[in-house]
Design a protein around this ligand. Structure first.
Ligand code: EPU
Length: 432
């Protein structure tokens, strides 16, 4: 079991290169199996969830040529089965995109029920509603979702909730369907636009991605393409909050500043300076930050995936802040860990009330999920003394070389896999 050992209290300073967006890349990899042609994808993040999905499509018979850590060529002309039973796929959320892609191309699919971070009940009723609107029969049996159709016909879907996963899945299933599909109350996240742009570059006809209404005219076939995944706005936001919490000065590079506006405006509001450039954003903070109220919302609102990171920052800001989570009911599991580090906060319903403290102190803390894990690393970097962050496997699902990138900003952080290495690192960090 890998852990991070962190010596905190050092402002992070410097610049950091942001990787490709995990949640866009998952949709794009699944979309690549909609054609028999070879598809090249660049700027994939080198993270565990992406490796699992690539392995899962290989298990279906797809040929995946790994050009380097961030580029692959996918050739899905050789698919030999329509049942995704590669075991590790159970653990990731993006597995559900194979359902839309296989259904779209072969009119039949069987996929393990999706896993992913345990941040709430995470139903898939909207995905199922969408597939049914295209004429598919959908069932759940023995841990699998099955979907099949004689033929897929365009349909009109009004989603009850704006779901990222359901919107992407419906696009995947509808691009090769006969006729026109209209998705209303579609999610608008940047990764929806990225998957749509990728599909359009393969010859699909999708209009309106990034708005509430997406219109898809089915085409007969999709063809080869070469595509670069957008930068990960959540990874970028995580480093921006790391700058704030450690009173540092970080420039996140290779980003689309527009995608970071929710984070930038909150950081400015609480007293950080934020400077936008064409493809980078600098965040620098000095002195006590202020409290605020914040509510997570679908894009362009403040992302749920950045909720734990802002909460850590507010735990060290003056005054009382309220952070309300509106998307997932189980996303405050980091709160108890922060309290053990000296934070003054308590969960009330779907909000956490935070009274800022002067300092946090290092401790042994455990990552409950991907984003909360990253937030706890930020807390450890800001805290006095040494912390051990356990269960970093969750962080590695979605952050590429997180410890190395932090180190390049001056962080004292070591990744260790044995108790012996932990003792050694503790000794060395104590000596710094
Ligand atoms: N929802 C339903 N029914 C559905 C689908 C969703 O009620 O059929 C509800 C959810 O319970 C939630 C809301 O709709 O309250 C939004 O969920 P959404 O479907 O948008 O989330 P998701 O597709 O399961 C993706 C990301 C998450 C991110 C959310 C919200 C992937 C693989 N995952 O999840 O990312 O938090 O969108 O932006 O794209 C992460 O990267 O750490 C992560 C958890």
């Amino acid at each position: 079991m890998e852990r991070y050992i962190v010596k905190g209290g050092i402002p992070l300073v410097g610049s950091v290169e942001i990787s490709g967006a995990k949640n866009a890349a998952l949709g794009i990899i699944a979309a690549a199996i909609l054609t028999e042609d070879a598809v090249t994808i660049d700027n994939l993040p080198d993270v565990n969830d992406i490796h699992v999905l690539l392995n899962a499509i290989e298990d279906l018979g797809v040929v995946v040529k790994r050009i380097n850590a961030h580029s692959v060529i996918i050739n899905a002309s050789t698919i030999s089965k329509l049942r995704t039973d590669y075991d590790p796929i159970k653990k990731i959320r993006g597995s559900y995109y194979l359902l839309g892609a296989l259904l779209g191309r072969f009119h039949k699919a069987e996929v393990y029920l999706p896993g992913g971070c345990n941040i709430g009940s995470r139903p898939i009723d909207q995905h199922i509603k969408g597939f049914k609107a295209l004429g598919a029969n959908v069932g759940i049996e023995g841990g699998f979702i099955t979907a099949c159709a004689e033929s897929l016909q365009g349909g009109h879907i009004y989603f009850d909730v704006a779901s990222v996963g359901a919107t992407i899945n419906l696009m995947l299933a509808a691009v090769l369907a006969e006729g026109r599909t209209i998705i209303e109350n579609a999610a608008k996240e940047p990764h929806i636009v990225d998957v749509a742009n990728f599909l359009n570059s393969m010859g699909a006809n999708i209009k309106g991605a990034g708005t509430d209404v997406i219109r898809i005219n089915g085409v007969e076939r999709l063809h080869k393409t070469e595509y670069t995944v957008i930068p990960d706005q959540i990874e970028a936001g995580t480093f921006m909050f790391a700058a704030a919490a450690t009173q540092g000065d970080i420039t996140v590079k290779n980003v689309i500043p527009k995608h970071l506006e929710a984070a930038s405006s909150k950081l400015t509001e609480i007293g950080c300076r934020v400077k936008e450039f064409d493809d980078s954003v600098r965040v620098y903070c000095q002195g006590k930050l202020r409290s605020t109220k914040i509510k997570t919302l679908p894009y362009p609102g403040f992302p749920t995936d950045m909720q734990p990171q802002i909460a850590v920052t507010l735990a060290l800001s003056s005054g009382i802040s309220i952070v309300t989570e509106t998307l997932f009911e189980n996303r405050f599991k980091y709160v108890d860990e922060l309290i053990r580090m000296g934070a003054n906060m308590k969960v009330e319903g779907n909000s956490v009330i935070i009274e800022g403290v002067q300092r946090l102190s290092g401790g042994i803390i455990s990552s409950p999920d991907l984003r909360a894990g990253a937030a706890l690393v930020i807390a450890a970097l800001a805290a006095d003394g040494i912390s051990v962050v356990e269960d970093v496997k969750y962080i590695q699902r979605g952050y590429e070389r997180f410890d190395e990138k932090l180190k390049s900003l001056g962080a004292q952080i070591e990744r260790v896999s044995s108790d012996r290495d932990l003792q050694k690192a503790r000794f060395l960090l104590n000596a710094v």
